[in-house]
Design a protein around this ligand. Sequence first.
Ligand code: ZN
Length: 240
Amino acid sequence: MRFAIFGDIHGNLEALEAVLAECSANNVDQYLCLGDIVGYGANPNECVERIREIGALAVSGNHDHAVIGAQNLNYFNAHARDAVIWTAKHLSQESKQWLKGLSLVEHLPDFNIVHGSLHSPELFYYVQTIKDADYNFRQMDRPLLFLGHSHYPLAFFDTAPMTYTLDPVIPLDLSVKTVVNAGSVGQPRDEDPRSCFVIYDDDSSLVELMRVEYDIESAARKILEVGLPQTLALRLTLGK
Ligand code: ZN
């Protein structure tokens, strides 16, 4: 099976369409979404509709949680808060209803998916260091965990000592617990503005980090046109 695993789409339809086209070209069998489908970008409804159309198994992110009123806005910085308020206003009842139905964690035979952290998923902790990853290793009842939230793609290994890699091709040893951050489709922050996601092939035990170009100008222009904070448009072009 080939799984496309992606998240942090953040209402960026141009980026999502580019990723889905790349998935089709790569013979993906199943789509898994790591949450934050909405927030920041100008097309939250369209992104929710596309995720539903492709039948992706999705988990809820902190932005998805916030726009349905399930997350305290004090946890967000000013621009994120403005985006949550704008998104909540423009999201259809149907989209909100669907977001409400998402779980925080989903379980597959040899991996889990979560937005922030398997350790207290409702608190949306970031997994950015080996120590953060270690909290997750202790919670894992499967060899693999895919997550997002930091918008920074990398993988951690529960070896002795624990290690991490930024390599785009990650051969897996299922006897070693591994946490993979799939980066962000709609708002990359690792100074590479291209959309980011992973393909996991369980036959070859390989995780591949994919980067895809998309129409950044159009996504940024729409952010400005609808009156979302200017900085949210600018950061797309910078990839940070
Ligand atoms: Zn996010």
